[in-house]
Design a binder for this molecule. Sequence first.
Ligand code: SF4
Length: 480
Amino acid sequence: MKTWDLFNQVRRRVKDEVGVFQKTATLKVALCHPSPYKVGMSSLGFQTIYREINHHPGASAERAFLPDSPEDYRKRRVPVFTYESETPLGDFPVAAFSIAYELELPGLLETLDLCGIPLLRQDRTEKHPLIIAGGPLTHSNPVILAPFVDLVILGEGEDLVHALLDAVAGTSRHTLLSRFSRVPGFYVPGLSPGLSEIARVEQDRLPAYSRILTKQAVWASMFLIEPERGCSHGCAYCVMRRSTNGGMRLVSPDKVLSLIPDHARRVGLVGAAVTDHPEIEELTDKIVASGRRIGISSLRADRLNENLLRILCRGGYRTLTTASDGISQRLRTRIGRRTTEHHLMRAAEMVRNAGMQRLKLYQMIGLPGETKEDIDEGIRFSLELARVVPLSLSISPFVAKRNTPLDGAPFEAIASLERKLSAIRSGLKGKVDVRPSSARWAWVEYMLSQGDENAGLAAMEAWKNGGSFAAWKKAFIEKM
Ligand code: SF4
């Protein structure tokens, strides 16, 4: 791509957007996503912080994303720039990154590097932007960010971002960081005595919802809104359970409906346990009755019923996606996942009866104590489901996360995971569509999810050496 094409690509995207803030303020924040545009624009957290910053008196946010092809930017010496004013990131006093999970860390490094901003915080001065991080990764292991970022907002950032913006203007970086190093919900690498509890906002700050709609997002032109936050279940591997202490926070259907703009023709209900909302049928029914299509981020098989399925069908559903996670009943029970074969079979029958095309099921392999019998049971039951309705299995290796009861559980050997995957594939060949995620990259994610600052430094080495799996392996061996 020529230099001009890089700018034109961004301008075409902005042209397709509805809802961009046109605000200029004294304190300008570059709000960055370490994944490409279409992923970043589908992140409800990113959109929420964009709104919060722009609502703050005296502050404005402009968006930037990891380029689709960083090499084109490097070749043309074009720094990453914001979509709103085409200003390079390095010219902002503050650059805030929203990071979903461990494998987005290289995207953060790439973005900083493309802007000529030193990767290590110790190599930066007051002339460089203050680098802030937040997002779902901070629920589990923000420590891997410590070598690179100046400050981390832990957990739900809607309130804390305002406290920070109030303090940034007119305060020297050193004073600012020392002040926030001891404030709960903030983590200042090198100064904070440790990690505090993650922040949790009050119910009246909900729901989060999209600000900008665009057909160029993964969820094309879909208005995302959160009818609930958290989950009241306690699956032993799940990071979201941590935000649940005290139960789910619910938003009334009337409030959700009142926030959907007229121009939104597709609505995505986002949350850890959307189908646990006691008024989910009423809410989905009203959205569909208004002529909109609908999507739900988390359908629990045990919460499905014929009526909800009928509503979803009317709202454009063709594939029903749910998760069983453990591959056998024994493992599901062991990890606290309450979904049973009975629930899954009932879901398959309802999908068929509702005239939908397919059931898609998320599963994990490599849970502690998993045996050949568990894998055999998974194959046997998948075949039973596939006799009822066309079935897709999305299979990921288990990755133990910090702040969960399974924290510290080992990662199964890659070769063993690959053997299990090939047994599942051959057992289901021609009958079930099997889509496995890479065991190698799951291992990289595991090393980062369980690692400390050295794992962050290993990520930097791996990224510098081209980011291949071999580069990651070498970096972890050398640094850890
Ligand atoms: S896996 Fe799902 S049901 Fe289980 S605790 Fe997490 S969000 Fe809740």
